[in-house]
Design a protein around this ligand. Structure first.
Ligand SMILES: O=C(O)CCC(=O)C(=O)O
Ligand SMILES: [Fe+2]
Length: 470
């Protein structure tokens, strides 16, 4: 039951000075069902598992010695509450059996108020001591509030960091189990919307992290067009080996090919151009950036081939973020959204998993997973909720088309003029080039141009990665 989205765990605290009991009010017939055995003594609390919208009645009980209640004319006082949709609800039964319904918002308000009250007291006593000191009082009031707020934020950040670490640790542990669990159902959406008559399942909707699954995003014909253009260009997905070349990587095992979009043929209905247009239309439907195709990366055809259930090194894409997911500021020209479109679905494996969000997408033919990792208001990047993986493909083939979407690119500043931080660092090094890189670039003469910039200087922690390899 606790997995139902309307399930809420509520904490009832008795601060009334009296003994009370709590009844659930059955909406069908209005009958009362006692929830508290034994009675809740003053100072005690009760934890209830309930659902949003459920109603409860709190009743004062007669004193054990006096045999009567403390209300007017010895009446037993009652109050009611309804379970709200907020999480961490705390019901406080206060003096006079009056119910205070608190949650994270009211608790925050309360702590803000007490912070301010403390500062006011300080200011007041300062003012009494020296009525002429208004300006300096204003200053110390400001400092007082600032200190208090900073302390609160620091505490909250510490808590967030702690929780994130626990969450990451658990996600690491369960990655392989969840990919291997073929009985695991696709995650239930938070809500369903429609876009151009297509069903959109909203999986998470945070300011800096959104994940949508869109049905029938592309057509069989569009898939075929991409596949045909990809066929002669397919190559192993690689990352730089740090020695001036590239190598196969454990983190990403698949074939891929960049798919150029012929925008000049858009007007005549070119399939790939109209698919690409739809991608940008969707991005602009979700994000307020007015993204254009100019300067963006090509579409990417990625193909995973199953080699059987006991393949020890199956095609897969290990957990990664497509752009920055460090919670820091967006950097111009970098990726901030992705659409993964599913053309061919494997028989076993190949789910797209967002392990930190517990979002598990079982690909459907012609559907797409959209995710964005930027808060368009603060321009801060996601802090890991959109980290994702393509689970091992064991039986059958998985063919997807991915568009990594950047912000801040145009014809004059195309995506490959930005590249990553690491690229710039190693590019700078390529002019001075430590001996090992120079030697390498001489040895592989035909790679002289590209070799130096792929040098890895692990001793100084600089690594070359190109956009494709993220
Ligand atoms: O294969 C998948 O489901 C995920 C692909 C992916 O992560 C990407 O294309 O960036
Ligand atoms: Fe990815």
């Amino acid at each position: 039951a606790s997995s139902s989205p309307s399930a809420r765990s509520i904490n009832i605290m008795n601060e009334s000075g009296r003994r009370v009991e709590v009844h659930w009010i059955n909406p069908d017939d209005g009958s009362f069902v006692l929830q508290s055995t034994p009675d809740i003594l003053n100072g005690a609390s009760l934890n209830l598992n309930s659902y949003v919208g459920h109603n409860f009645e709190v009743r004062e009980l007669p004193g054990k010695k006096t045999g009567v209640c403390a209300g007017e004319d010895q009446t037993c006082r009652v109050d009611r509450f309804t379970v709200k949709s907020t999480h961490d609800q705390v019901i406080i039964i206060a003096d006079g059996i009056s119910i205070e319904h608190t949650d994270s918002k009211t608790i925050a308000n309360r702590s803000a108020k007490s912070l301010l009250d403390n500062c006011k007291v300080m200011a007041k006593s300062q003012l009494e001591a020296d009525p002429q000191s208004a300006l300096s009082i204003l200053e110390s009031m400001g400092t007082c509030v600032e200190k208090g707020v900073a302390l609160e934020i620091e505490r909250a950040n510490e808590e967030i960091a702690f929780q994130a670490e626990v969450r990451r640790g658990m996600a690491n542990l369960i990655e392989n189990y969840t990919c291997a669990d073929m009985t695991l159902n696709a995650t239930e959406p938070k809500r369903t919307e429609y876009w151009q008559k297509r069903k959109v399942e909203v999986m998470i909707d945070r300011p800096s992290a959104k994940i949508h699954v869109i049905e029938d995003f592309l057509t069989p014909e569009e898939c075929k067009a991409v596949e045909e253009q990809a066929a002669p260009l397919l190559h192993d997905a690689t990352v730089a080996d740090g020695m001036g070349g590239s190598k196969l990587t454990e983190s990403r095992k698949a074939k891929q090919a960049g798919i150029k979009v012929h925008w000049d043929k858009e007007a005549e209905g070119d399939l790939i151009a109209s698919l690409s247009r739809r991608v940008y239309d969707y991005v602009n439907h979700v994000l307020p950036f007015g993204i254009k195709e100019n300067g963006q990366e090509d579409l990417m055809s990625i193909q995973y081939f199953g080699r059987g259930l006991d393949d020890e090194k199956p095609d897969r894409y290990m957990p990664h973020c497509d752009g920055d997911c460090n919670g820091l500021n967006f950097r111009t020209g970098q990726r901030m959204a992705t659409i993964v479109m599913y053309c061919d679905i494997p028989e076993v494996g190949g789910q797209t998993r967002f392990r930190n969000s517990n979002v598990h997408v079982i690909p459907k033919k012609y559907a797409a997973t959209f995710f964005s990792y930027i808060d368009p208001v603060t321009m801060k990047m996601d802090s890991g909720f959109t980290e994702h993986s393509g689970c091992p493909v064991l039986v059958g083939e998985k063919k997807i088309v991915t568009q990594w979407v950047r912000l801040g690119v145009d014809d004059e500043n195309p995506w490959n003029s930005f590249n990553t931080r690491e690229w710039w660092a190693s590019f700078a090094f390529s002019f001075f080039g430590p001996p090992i890189c120079l030697a390498r670039s001489l040895r592989t003469a035909h790679f002289t141009f590209s070799a130096p910039k792929s040098c890895v200087f692990s001793s100084v922690g600089i690594k070359y990665t190109d956009a494709e390899n993220q």
